[in-house]
Ligand binder design. Structure first.
Ligand code: SAM
Length: 326
């Protein structure tokens, strides 16, 4: 008689997955093995470490090791679990959007700090709920920047644009799940090109007052619409593609990664459009690539921009450029 295989318990499953992922050279292999097991079992981390002897069902074991094999072959953990945490919120991610990165949280921090400083300078309470503020997120992807800001500024209105028609449904679903969809208008367009289109449409459809759904979107006849524009544009150079991790190069959308041959090509038109679409005193917050600062900072002409600041990320890389429209 064939000997019965011992049932697979949590501890053994994790050890086996650690070994497979380590052998495949997967970065942070321990975390990846844990996240995949949490995903399959639908439990939290405390549970797996307090139940090391718990048996996995045959189906769970099969599902788990199928995911471990896909991770070992290079698929990002977030594509396998379908989610990533950002700013303490859970975001759905698919192959159509960039996986939100921790360094992008600096964009949120800088944006909120700059708005608070502006309130302070105007003699208003530093903590604002965003009432009356119009904010744009260019290249929204999963929606993480607009949505995180919307949770912090519960009275502000938002426009979030993306040129990718397949990214926007993911962003919309995230906004709905996080209960901010009513305040974010998602637009498929190049940079902010679609914003003036919407303004025109508003003007045509309702000459006296914009429709309710668009009333937070545009100020009629005002070319300077926004109090804050934030963006994490594509900023990797195509010439750097070979240096990217395979998880990024082979699985994340090219349109979200590459800004051109050098990488910083996007910023000139982004800054020019921001100058047209910000109110005087409006704030621009841009995420930078690891080597973008020397090419981007000189684009901030002193006749248009003031109060320029650079914020480093935890690795001391200049990561966020912020400035104010004169
Ligand atoms: C680096 S990703 C950032 C995504 C998201 N904001 C984040 O921080 O995770 C850049 C995003 O810009 C979008 N994009 C690329 N070219 C664009 C363009 N010309 N106009 C608007 N969005 C663009 C991409 O589709 C992608 O979603």
């Amino acid at each position: 008689m064939k000997p019965q295989a011992a049932p697979l318990i949590v501890r053994t499953a994790l050890r086996e997955a650690f070994a497979q992922l380590r052998a495949a050279g997967v970065p942070s292999h321990t975390l990846a093995a844990e996240l995949l097991l949490l995903h399959v079992l639908g439990c939290n981390r405390t549970w797996i470490y307090s139940h090391p002897e718990e048996e996995l069902s045959a189906l769970d074991a099969e599902c788990y090791f199928a995911l471990v094999r896909r991770r070992a072959a290079g698929e990002p953990t977030q594509h396998l679990t379908g989610k990533q945490e950002f700013w303490g919120l859970e975001f759905e991610v698919t192959q159509d959007v960039l996986i939100p990165r921790p360094e992008t949280e600096h964009v949120i921090e800088v944006a909120l700090d700059r708005l608070a400083l502006r309130e302070l300078r105007a003699g208003r309470p530093q903590k604002t709920d965003g009432a009356g503020l119009q904010i744009a997120d260019i290249g929204t992807g999963s929606g993480c920047i607009a949505i995180a800001l919307a949770t912090e500024l519960p009275a502000a209105g938002f426009v979030a644009t993306d040129i990718s028609s397949s990214a926007l449904p993911v962003a919309r679903r995230n906004a709905m799940r996080i209960n901010v969809a009513g305040r974010i208008h998602f637009l498929e367009c190049n940079l902010l090109d679609g914003v003036s289109v919407v303004a025109d449409e508003c003007d045509k459809s309702s000459p006296q007052s914009p429709s309710t759904s668009d009333s937070s979107l545009v100020t009629r006849h005002s070319p300077n619409l926004f109090d804050l524009i934030a963006s994490n544009p594509p900023y990797i150079g195509r010439r750097e593609a070979a240096t990217l991790m395979r998880e990024v190069r082979e699985h994340e959308p090219e349109i979200a990664l590459y800004g051109g041959e050098k990488g910083h090509e996007f910023y000139a038109s982004l800054i020019a459009q921001a100058a047209e679409h910000l109110k005087p005193g409006g704030i621009l917050v841009l995420e930078l690539g690891h080597n973008s600062l020397p090419a981007v900072q000189p684009l901030l002409d002193a006749s248009t921009w003031t109060k320029v600041s650079v914020t480093n990320d935890l690795a001391e890389i200049p990561r966020v450029l912020a400035t104010e429209r004169l």
